[in-house]
Design a protein around this ligand. Structure first.
Ligand code: ADP
Ligand code: MG
Length: 398
């Protein structure tokens, strides 16, 4: 593409902003009930009482962050209100210390923190709340990313017993349903005073969401046909009902058409965009796995490249790997990069984590095949997976 074309006005995009992953529309579709529930749990703070802690969970792209931020904006727009709010993204602030630091930065930016430990920061927060009996709402988004989660929840809920006036209420948000299992029962019961589950979106809902966004961001309504929008929505519904994913496809389709200097988005660009978005998702999923999960998946992908050991007759012939052979390969790869392999107990945990992420399928062999063993099958093309992991693990690509 030459400079002239780059400078030429887009025939597709009128407002690129609305396609950014950070954009929150003023109107959130299909989430009235959820928004109401968030408002209800926070409302007491507006009347000077401590609200109940709220725990929100649901798959990525189900609208959790958008809905909570929507309510935060509502509260902030009320004049003369005595409520203080911190929104903390725990993907970035992923420990108790960092969260406390972030809270202090939000509300006491002049406080010099150098050399202070978590206990000092905690004391500071307590004194700040007691100053004028503040009601403090702390939103902890992406809670699954916090390393010392129990410490964090314990510390933040303890505030209420340590202050003489004011109150803290927590809104925790997590993507993984399994999140609960990782919590200490004590943290669990304090965090779960109220619970709110976000379901994935259906195809029709995704259609309405991307239709709305197209109307806002594309030049004319006829840039993309309804049937193309439905096609995108169906692909995103199939991939798990993730609104972010549907918007990513829509945006990518627009960009592809723009590159070709077209003034419409056709089915062809939509199909291509779906492919690209799907690859991005797999890449993201794999590259953000913790190290040993990467090593296990890498072993699976390498063994799968040479074909499975065990052939099972289903509709066609499906090949599976034995859990034991995967573990041996994992051990030797891990040792080859001078790291300590984890025990088999951990390894089994890793397998179920990989399965939960949809990266592998496993099943118990039942008696007969080598006693009783787990059989494993990779879900994405093994070559693609091993290529990504090679770069991730060794820092080079072949
Ligand atoms: P989560 O926090 O559950 O992963 P988000 O709130 O970040 O999901 O939503 C992902 C994207 O999808 C947001 O950028 C937002 O633009 C869009 N979105 C989600 N839910 C809705 C909705 N109900 N109406 C309109 N857009 C939505
Ligand atoms: Mg979110």
């Amino acid at each position: 593409m030459g400079l002239n074309e780059l400078l030429a006005e887009s025939k597709i995009f009128k407002d690129r902003e609305v396609f950014s992953p950070y954009f929150i529309p003023k109107k959130l579709l299909f989430r009235e009930k959820e928004i109401l529930k968030i408002e209800k749990s926070i409302a007491p703070a507006l009347k000077g009482e401590r609200g109940r802690n709220l725990f929100v969970y649901g798959k990525t792209g189900s609208g959790k962050t958008s809905c909570v931020k929507y309510v935060i904006d509502e509260i902030r727009s009320i004049p003369n209100i005595k409520v203080a709010i911190s929104y903390v993204n725990c993907r970035i602030y992923n420990s108790r210390f960092r969260v406390l630091n972030r809270i202090i930065n939000d509300h006491m930016p002049t406080y010099a923190k150098r050399g202070y430990g978590a206990a000092d920061l905690y004391e500071k927060v307590i004194r700040w709340i007691e100053e004028d009996g503040k009601l403090f709402i702390i939103v902890l988004d992406e809670l699954d990313m916090v390393k010392d989660l129990d410490d964090l929840i314990y510390t933040l809920t303890r505030v209420n017993t340590d202050i003489k006036t004011g109150g803290v209420s927590l809104v925790g948000i997590a993507n993984k349903i399994s999140f609960k299992e990782n919590l200490d029962p004590r943290s669990l019961s304090s965090l779960y005073e109220t619970e709110l589950v976000f379901s994935p979106y259906y195809s029709d809902e995704l259609y309405a969401i991307i239709k709305d966004r197209s109307d806002m961001g594309f030049f004319k309504n006829d840039i993309i046909k309804d049937e193309t929008l439905r096609f995108i929505a169906a692909a995103a519904a199939k991939a798990g009902g993730d609104a972010r994913f549907s918007l990513k496809i829509l945006t990518k389709a627009g960009e592809l058409s723009e590159e070709l200097n077209l003034d419409k988005i056709s089915m062809e660009q939509a199909s291509q965009a779906i492919k690209i978005a799907e690859e991005d998702i797999v890449y993201e999923l794999i590259s953000t796995l913790p190290e040993h999960l990467k090593l296990v998946l890498y072993s699976i992908s390498l063994l799968s490249l040479t074909g499975g050991t065990y052939k099972k007759l289903t509709n066609g012939i499906d090949t599976y790997l034995f859990s034991g052979e995967v573990y041996s390969r994992y051990k030797s790869i891990t040792e080859s990069i001078h790291k300590e392999p984890k025990t088999e107990r951990w390894y089994r945990q890793y397998l179920s984590e990989l399965e939960m992420q949809g990266l592998i399928i496993s099943y118990e062999s039942g008696k007969g095949i080598r006693g009783h063993t787990k059989l494993i099958k990779i879900t994405y093309p093994s070559k693609k997976v091993s290529d990504i992991l090679e770069k991730e693990i060794f820092g080079v690509s072949k």
